[in-house]
Design a binder for this molecule. Structure first.
Ligand SMILES: *[C@@H]1O[C@H](CO)[C@@H](O)[C@H](O)[C@H]1NC(C)=O
Ligand SMILES: *[C@@H]1O[C@H](CO)[C@@H](O)[C@H](O)[C@H]1NC(C)=O
Ligand SMILES: *[C@@H]1O[C@H](CO)[C@@H](O)[C@H](O)[C@H]1NC(C)=O
Length: 203
């Protein structure tokens, strides 16, 4: 389909409800919002010329329902719209790409100590839990303690947890999950052992 010049046919906005990261079986609604009234909306997958789905509505908003999604429905989506006063087959500029991830479990994060896993009593240490997705909630656990030790929401694909030196020695692990329901959880990281530095002074 020929694409129109951006200035005449500005791109729409594409969003997902309840989230862009979901478990299989969730009903996902993709909402395409045009900056002007439109007549037809199309939902596109990359590399495909024909829309995967389309909706005829005379308004600025169209909703595409993906019922009980499967992992195969994950991937990149864009939407476009058309107006009756545009030439035949002319679509707007495409929206930004929306990445939909449908998975039972998110990939395992790594857990590392900064500056390192050996800590003096007066120094602090940061434990960095790093995954591959932005905007997740990270949770740090300490071995022998059932409740989470610390939580952090992060716009970055990692979170840093600061521990005070004297209390830091111990065994830790972390995981992350989507920030709101329906929650998708990662596997737990490998454990990380923080040790106290040895002091070579005499009493
Ligand atoms: C998904 O939508 C269908 C049809 O509207 C409904 O029957 C089903 O219960 C919904 N499933 C969930 C998990 O909400
Ligand atoms: C360790 O963290 C505590 C609390 O944030 C802070 O008061 C202290 O100055 C830090 N110590 C060092 C060596 O950075
Ligand atoms: C990040 O998560 C918040 C909810 O905690 C949500 O409102 C926001 O849209 C998300 N941002 C991105 C870029 O996914």
């Amino acid at each position: 389909a020929p694409l129109a010049p951006a200035s005449y046919h500005p791109k729409p906005w594409l969003g997902a409800q309840p989230a862009t990261v979901v478990t299989p079986g969730v009903n996902v609604t993709l909402r395409c919002r045009a900056p002007q009234p439109a007549w037809r909306f199309g939902l596109f997958k990359p590399g495909e010329i024909a829309p995967l789905l389309f909706r005829d509505v005379s308004s600025e908003l169209a909703e595409f329902f993906l019922e009980e999604v499967t992992p195969a429905q994950g991937g990149s989506y864009r939407c476009c719209y058309r107006r009756p006063d545009w030439g035949p087959g002319v679509w707007s500029q495409p929206s930004d790409v929306l990445e939909l991830l449908v998975t039972e479990e998110l990939p395992r994060p790594s857990l590392v100590a900064l500056p390192g896993p050996v800590v003096g009593p007066g120094a602090n240490v940061s434990l960095r839990c790093a995954g591959r997705l932005r905007n997740m909630s990270f949770v740090l656990y300490r071995e022998g303690v059932a409740a989470p030790l610390q939580y952090r929401h992060s716009a970055q694909p990692w979170a840093d947890f600061t521990l005070l030196g004297a209390r830091a020695p111990g065994t830790y692990s972390c995981y992350y999950h989507t920030p709101s329901a329906p929650y998708v959880l990662s596997q737990r990281s490998e454990v990380l052992v923080i040790a106290a530095a040895h002091h070579h002074h005499h009493h």
